[in-house]
Design a protein around this ligand. Structure first.
Ligand SMILES: Nc1ncnc2c1ncn2[C@@H]1O[C@H](COP(=O)(O)OP(=O)(O)OP(=O)(O)O)[C@@H](O)[C@H]1O
Ligand SMILES: [Mg+2]
Length: 230
């Protein structure tokens, strides 16, 4: 566990992609704070910078200007080795395409991210993975391989995995894009409920209007600029 309450702090973050003589200002002086126990939805048209923002928030991409802190640690100029450690311990990603390991069962996919050295630790990790899958209604799918599961089931495994990690920051890019409306809403409701209970900060990127009801806060991106949305 951690004492991190201001989980993500983006201050004046801009991102310019350059290729040759062309450049695209994907983000323009974006400031955003996410606290433990908060779920924020980022909405906006295609090309407005949503994925860029999420990728910078998860320390996978450096901003051109501005500062990024995760749990009070400034990661803006951190070297790759330390960044990898921050991502491994502090950040859980949920992708549109699930990103499960196809050779591993549901429970193994979740257990994999729970770090434990000792033998007692391994048993504990297994128990924790099983508990989480049970919460997500997957008791009957523990030992199933991803290819034998439905999209909704796979997405629930992916969310269980992100929560299993004890990551303070959970980032999801269009997590419901591959799900039908009903499944999408179920998955979002579960993510919200568990994230709040476990005091994680969650940022969900979506351009699905139906997702906004699940967030405490909706922010709107347009041409790389952020504004609060009511
Ligand atoms: N690696 C890159 N190199 C150059 N330009 C990029 C790169 N990635 C994104 N862009 C540009 O930056 C802008 C923002 O892209 P981004 O992917 O963040 O948008 P988005 O809001 O996630 O869009 P979508 O809803 O379609 O996923 C776009 O104009 C895009 O073309
Ligand atoms: Mg995107």
């Amino acid at each position: 566990m951690s004492d991190c309450s201001l989980v993500l702090n983006l201050e004046g973050v801009s991102k310019v992609y350059r290729s040759g003589e062309f450049s695209v200002r994907a983000l323009d002086k974006v400031s955003l704070q996410a606290h433990a126990g908060e779920m924020i939805t980022i909405m906006g048209p295609s090309g407005s910078g949503k994925t860029t923002l999420l990728t910078i928030a998860g320390a996978l991409l450096r901003p051109t200007e501005g500062r990024v802190s995760i749990c009070g640690v400034d990661v803006t100029e951190m070297d790759q080795g330390r960044l990898a450690a921050i991502r491994r311990t502090k950040v859980g990603f949920i992708y549109q395409s699930f990103n499960l390991l196809e050779a591993l069962s549901a429970v193994e996919n979740v257990r994999l991210v729970i770090h434990n050295g000792s033998r007692a630790g391994a048993a504990q990790a297994m128990a924790r993975a099983m508990d989480l899958l049970e919460v997500f209604g997957l008791s009957h799918r523990m030992h199933s391989l991803p290819r034998k599961m439905s999209d909704g089931e796979k997405q629930r495994v992916a969310i269980a995995r992100a929560l299993a990690k004890d990551a303070d920051l959970i980032l999801a890019d269009e997590p419901t894009a591959n799900l039908d409306a009903k499944r999408g809403q179920e998955v979002m409701a579960l993510l919200r409920e568990k994230a709040l209970e476990l005091r994680r900060a969650v940022i969900v990127v979506s351009h699905d209007e139906r997702i906004r009801q699940f967030a405490q806060r909706v922010v709107w991106l347009e041409d790389g600029r952020l504004r609060d949305h009511h």
